[in-house]
Design a protein around this ligand. Structure first.
Ligand SMILES: CNc1nc2c(CC[C@H]3O[C@@H](OC)[C@@H]4OC(C)(C)O[C@@H]43)c3nc(N)[nH]c(=O)c3cc2[nH]1
Length: 376
């Protein structure tokens, strides 16, 4: 995978760039729709391509390993063949997922023993087998096996956890570099910066991650409940250490405001369940602000969901109709709201890219953050 830094903003650390993978190009900054179990929930592939214009989607090792399982995925020729998405895919290593299975997982130097949330069966993830699993899934970008330290956690826990994540990273790199892709295209491994919210640990972790000289770098351990200003402060000094000529992926972020502020701090790649999860309970992000479509005020508003966003879904359906579908808990409600929110998120990062290239990103961001976060 190649990264071309195309423009660095004059008034901030924002960057515009281009990632080239064997499944196509990604223009950054970019938002990556979350497709945990091999599907972006309630969204067809054609909508991902046409309305949403997604360039890369996410999958997850933990979920895909448990269901449909590696035999089915390998039999299909990997996830791209299985779900028909022929553009880039990134898979998270499952670290975050198994750590959120609080009471049914056990961490040791070797790896993490856990019970499946589906049928209670027992499994062990190690840095080595998580690399092998992601080889079988076949994502273009795969994540190292790490521990996302809980927030809050004390300094000694954060230090021990970070050091174990670094030892696991060496094991991931050794295994990854000793194996080949199974499907004839290349895959890239991204390490993940940890250290919780302790500056000295974060600096140590960022330096260690940078030293690995991989094709891209991720910042983990954030968007886990810490205050936003703590997140921004951490991103700011970590990005001063991560190399300029590699893409930076901030995991699990975030609201439109979080994304624009993080772009200004030098982040290039984002993923978050918010646009799809919130869509399913009627929270719409629009170019005019945030709408809770279940609110009475929309019941006879026959105007399109979002006049200026473009894309079939956002202009074809009215607010009143979508509110009706949400109230009836219709399946179509989840589809319309998810396609709309993802169209908005891709539009937002696309606009950020345009304004970075045009040189007026900082002024644009100030106005846009205020506008899109307003509660209508
Ligand atoms: C929400 N805040 C947040 N998410 C984080 C993630 C997981 C990101 C994955 O979890 C889902 O987002 C909840 C996404 O959908 C799938 C496809 C399941 O994968 C994505 C992290 N993952 C790893 N490996 N390490 C981290 O330190 C880390 C930190 C995070 N903070």
């Amino acid at each position: 995978m190649k990264y071309e830094l195309q423009k660095t903003d004059s008034g901030s650390k924002a960057r515009a760039g281009k990632l080239t993978t064997d499944h196509g190009e990604i223009l950054t900054p970019i938002f990556m729709p979350v497709g945990t179990a091999g599907t972006v929930k309630a969204v067809h592939q054609r909508e991902l391509k046409n309305d949403i214009q997604a360039q890369i989607i996410l999958g997850n090792t933990y979920h895909l390993y448990l269901r449909p399982g590696l035999d089915i995925l390998q039999g299909a020729g990997g996830l791209h063949k299985f779900n028909g998405w022929d553009k880039p895919i990134l898979t998270d290593s499952g670290g975050y997922q198994v750590f959120s299975l609080k009471d049914i997982r056990k961490i040791s130097e070797e790896g993490v023993k856990f019970q499946s949330h589906i049928d209670g069966s027992r499994h062990l993830f190690t840095p080595e087998n998580v690399m092998d699993i992601q080889r079988v899934i076949g994502a273009d970008i795969i994540m190292a096996f790490d521990e996302c330290a809980p927030y809050p956690c004390d300094y000694s826990y954060a230090k021990k956890s970070m050091e174990m994540t670094h030892r696991w990273l060496k094991r991931c790199c050794d295994r990854f570099d000793a194996t080949e892709g199974l499907y004839g295209y290349t895959q890239s491994l991204f390490p993940i910066v940890q250290g919780s919210v302790y500056k000295d640990l974060r600096i140590q972790s960022a330096e260690f991650i940078a030293e690995q000289n991989r094709e891209g770098n991720a910042i983990g351990g954030l968007a886990v409940g810490e205050p936003a200003d703590k997140m921004y402060e951490t991103i700011d000094y970590v990005n001063d250490i991560l190399p300029q000529d590699k893409p930076r992926y901030l995991m699990g972020v975030g609201t439109p405001e979080n994304i624009l502020e993080s772009i200004a701090l030098g982040i290039d790649m984002f993923d978050c369940v918010m646009p799809t999860r919130n869509a399913r309970n009627g929270m719409l992000f629009t170019t005019q602000g945030i709408i809770n479509i279940r609110n009475e005020k929309w019941k006879d508003d026959y105007s399109p969901i979002d006049e200026t966003l473009g894309g079939y879904t956002s202009t074809f359906y009215s607010k009143a109709y979508l509110r009706h579908l949400v109230k009836c808990d219709e399946i179509l409600a989840a589809q319309i709201a998810s396609v709309h929110n993802l169209t908005f998120y891709l539009w937002l990062v696309g606009q950020a890219r345009e304004h970075i290239l045009a040189g007026d990103f900082t002024e644009w961001k100030k106005v846009m953050v205020k506008k899109v976060m307003e509660r209508l």
